[in-house]
Ligand binder design. Structure first.
Ligand SMILES: *Cc1c(COP(=O)(O)O)cnc(C)c1O
Length: 446
């Protein structure tokens, strides 16, 4: 298997012995030979992408692009990166056969890529570890990041602690209130959390504020961007670091079934877990790549976050790059809605926007209600606790599975674990004792 996939493509034999961890071999293979679709043309993917930044950050971005390119070609960097992925974040993550769900739906065999088993509970750490290594290479002593639901903030604070870097996290003031448990952990991990009270006081405002910080402290500071969006080189760089998901998944499904899947499913927030798993299959034209966005209360309700799958979004330039945004005619960003806090961003990866235009990916949506129903099935049939975000991918996959034959297999990316969603879920499932539990706790505290 290993020789077929890696050896034939000409990896120098000296590299085959870097480390016994197969992850290292896979990553190196990918750094040299991955599909050109992941690489931008001067920061552009078709008409999407670009680098629309304040003049003052120009040199900082040029430095970053140079260091990133050098790292990509440097075996030492990949060794260090993959060592951390395996020894700190538990990679490779397994590909689990969901036998019960398969029997229940009676169609294609369902396989699940377990990004929930990464340290800090989601795919976010893959990207943060890569970027933190770049920060160290650039001699930076401080990292900053933006976060919405707090997952990227926690991952960044975690790695900053491990690498001995100062850490500041920008988070919309409303999100600070909504996602307090993650704020608690960021602070305990040693990060400073700055609530952002401008604009809509949510994720996009946190990005603006982080860019402002960077413009002031660029000498000491590195900006760890959380998803495959933002100005070049972030979309390309984040996609690259997350591509480990797809490389592993492709090898694993071949090992377990002897063939490629009919389709691969992932939820789309900014787009990093989706491009991460899709990238492994871009060249396999027989494999459908299906991204699922937040349908919220339904596409007609305008309470959703579907940028690729609905006509409500239009192409524009904001937050340093060009893509589809949910905006009004004046280019002002609209309010979005999803039961999953990690999927309600107003923009979307330029990489995915381009792949959609090329017809290489397809997009659909899942409503809040569909997500809740499907989550119940995952819990009770399979003993899995996917996050609300990840469950969006399951909704579409479980609609399609029965229409396929038992000869077929499909892969769903389980981007992160759902423990964090207990507050939302207890409420949505109408668990009355949960409320009692909370009021008792408050009583004990006062
Ligand atoms: C952050 C997050 C997402 C959305 O971000 P992408 O960049 O689209 O992957 C999805 N799932 C989980 C578990 C997350 O934490």
């Amino acid at each position: 298997m290993y020789r077929d996939i890696v050896g034939n493509r000409g990896v120098p034999s000296s590299l085959l012995f870097i480390n016994k961890n197969p992850c290292v071999e896979m990553m190196y293979f990918h750094s040299e030979f991955s599909s050109p679709d992941l690489l931008s043309h001067n920061g552009y993917y078709g008409e999407f992408g670009g680098k629309f930044i304040p003049e003052i950050l120009h040199e900082t971005f040029e430095d970053l692009i140079e260091v990133y390119k050098a790292a990509r070609a440097d075996t030492k960097f990949w060794q260090e990166f993959t060592f951390l992925l395996s020894n700190y974040s538990c990679r490779p993550t397994p590909l689990t056969y969901a036998e019960n769900l398969t029997n229940y739906f009676g169609g294609a065999k369902i396989f699940i890529k377990r990004e929930d088993l990464n340290h800090t509970g989601a795919h976010k750490l893959n990207n943060v570890l890569g970027q933190a290594l770049l920060a160290k290479r650039m001699g930076k002593t401080r990292v900053i990041a933006e976060t919405s639901a707090g997952q990227h903030g926690v991952a960044t604070a975690t790695v900053a602690a491990k690498f001995g870097l100062e850490c500041t996290i920008y988070m919309g003031a409303i999100d600070v209130k909504r996602q307090y448990p993650n704020v608690f952990w960021m602070q305990r991990l040693g990060a400073e959390v700055v609530p952002v009270s401008t604009g809509s006081q949510t994720y996009k405002d946190a990005i603006n504020e982080a860019l402002r910080d960077w413009s002031t402290f660029m000498d000491s500071t590195y900006y760890v961007f959380g998803t495959a969006c933002g100005p070049h080189p972030y979309p390309e760089m984040v996609s690259w670091f997350q591509s480990v998901i797809g490389v592993e998944a492709r090898q694993q499904i071949l090992q377990q079934t002897g063939k490629l899947p009919s389709a691969v499913y992932a939820c789309i927030g900014g787009g990093s877990n989706a491009i991460g798993i899709f990238s492994g299959f871009l060249d396999d034209k027989s494999v459908q790549l299906i991204g699922v966005e937040a349908g919220g209360s339904g596409l007609n309700s305008h309470k959703h976050a579907a940028r690729l799958a609905s006509k409500d979004a239009t192409v524009g330039i904001a937050q340093g790059y060009k893509t589809y945004f949910l905006q009004n005619n004046d280019g002002q960003m609209q309010e979005t809605h999803s039961i999953a806090a990690g999927l309600d961003y107003v923009g979307v990866s330029p990489v995915l926007a381009h792949l959609l235009e090329l017809g290489r990916i397809q997009v659909s949506t899942a409503t809040d209600q569909e997500v809740l129903d499907t989550l119940k099935l995952c819990l009770t049939k399979e003993g899995l606790i996917p996050s609300l975000e990840s469950t969006h991918a399951f909704v579409q996959a479980l609609k399609d599975a029965p229409r396929l034959s038992p000869e077929d297999c499909i892969v769903i990316n389980l981007s992160g674990r759902g423990d964090k969603d207990i507050f939302t879920l207890a409420n949505a499932f109408g668990d009355r004792s949960w409320k009692e539990f909370l009021s008792n706790k408050i009583e004990q505290l006062s």
